[in-house]
Structure formats: structure tokens, C-alpha cells
Design a protein around this ligand. Structure first.
Ligand SMILES: [Ca+2]
Length: 192
């Protein structure tokens, strides 16, 4: 900088030039600082706007389950698929599109469903199942489809193709059949 000032004759000119240079430098620094602050603020906002999803819950435990029909023996209600015991099972009649569903009691972001087929018999009853999730039973969307058939005593995992927001999870066999479930678990995040 000193060489540039050699041609300046008066102290006043020198003062003005130095003042201008300082002002220009300050403006540049202000712009850089402003840019840094904007970038930092955007970064913080991006991080804060991402949903805090918390831990993954087993959301079906203790919730209310229902099914399309109750086996004529009256011994196998839908709740037996949620009693924590793979030795007990729910059982519909043999019918068209038998189904079983659970009300999770509030909205969740459903990630996957785990199914336990009956231990001593009839695992192959579980086949061609639509797994749907939704905020109400008349507003359900497909989570995934299970071709099957299951094996007796099998534990299998049904993952939604994308995390789905819903309060109800429903399994429906497409066509004629029997819905029998030894146990079912729904793994999900809380949805705010
Ligand atoms: Ca059970």
C-alpha cells in the first residue's frame, strides 16, 4: 500500500485515500461477515427443521385389535395377536378378504410390521396379504404386499416401502382364506 501513497502530495489527500481504503475494507469485511452469518443461520435452521423422530417404538403392544370375523368357536379374538404369547393366535372364519387391524391410539410413523405365524399349524394361511396404514380405516394406503405363503411358526418382517403416517395398521388377505396371527408387532416413531 505504501507505494500507492507515494504519488499523493498532501496529507489531506493521503487521509482521504486511507479513509476510503479503510471504508472499502470494512464494507468487504461486513459483507463477508454477513455471508458467514447467513450461511450459519441457514445451517442451524436446516438442522432444527428436521423432525426429531426419537426412538423406535413397538406401537401395537396393549392396543385394541379387531378382525373381520370371529372364528365360530369364539375362542380366537383379534386381541390374541397382541398378547405377547406366540402360543396363542387370532382366527377369523374362512371368508372372502379376511382381515385384522389394530388401532394404535394416535398417529405414528410406521416403519415395519413383524408377524409371527401360528406355531403348530397352518402358517401357509398367511399369503397374498396387503398391509395398509392410515389415519382412519376408510383412508388407508398400501405399506407393502406379502406374497407368502408363510411357514408354520415363522417370524417375518414386512417393511413399508416408505415410512407411513397412520393410526391404524391393517392386514388383509386378498381372496378367500383365513386370517390367523400368533403375534404382530408394529415398529414406529411418534408422529407430532
Ligand atoms: Ca398371541
Amino acid at each position: 500500500m505504501s507505494s500507492a501513497y507515494q504519488i499523493i502530495e498532501s496529507d489531506e489527500d493521503l487521509y482521504k485515500t486511507v479513509t476510503n481504503d479503510i471504508n472499502n475494507l470494512e464494507r468487504k469485511m461486513d459483507k463477508k461477515f454477513e455471508k458467514m452469518m447467513t450461511t450459519l443461520q441457514q445451517s442451524i435452521e436446516n438442522k432444527c427443521s428436521k423432525e426429531i423422530i426419537g426412538p423406535l417404538y413397538e406401537a401395537a403392544k396393549g392396543k385394541v385389535a379387531k378382525q373381520s370375523s370371529l372364528h365360530h368357536s369364539k375362542q380366537f379374538p383379534a386381541s390374541l395377536a397382541l398378547d405377547g404369547n406366540t402360543g396363542t393366535f387370532s382366527h377369523t372364519n374362512s371368508e372372502r378378504n379376511p382381515s385384522w387391524w389394530v388401532d394404535l391410539g394416535r398417529l405414528f410413523r410406521v416403519v415395519r410390521i413383524e408377524v409371527y405365524s401360528r406355531r403348530e399349524c397352518c402358517g401357509s394361511y398367511l399369503h397374498d396379504m396387503d398391509v395398509t396404514v392410515g389415519p382412519s380405516l376408510n383412508n388407508m394406503s398400501l405399506c407393502t404386499h406379502y406374497k407368502g405363503p408363510a411357514k408354520t411358526g415363522e417370524h417375518f418382517v414386512l417393511e413399508c416401502e416408505a415410512t407411513m403416517v397412520g393410526r391404524f395398521v391393517k392386514l388383509s388377505i386378498i381372496g378367500n382364506g383365513v386370517m390367523q396371527l400368533a403375534e404382530l408387532k408394529v415398529f414406529a416413531y411418534y408422529h407430532n
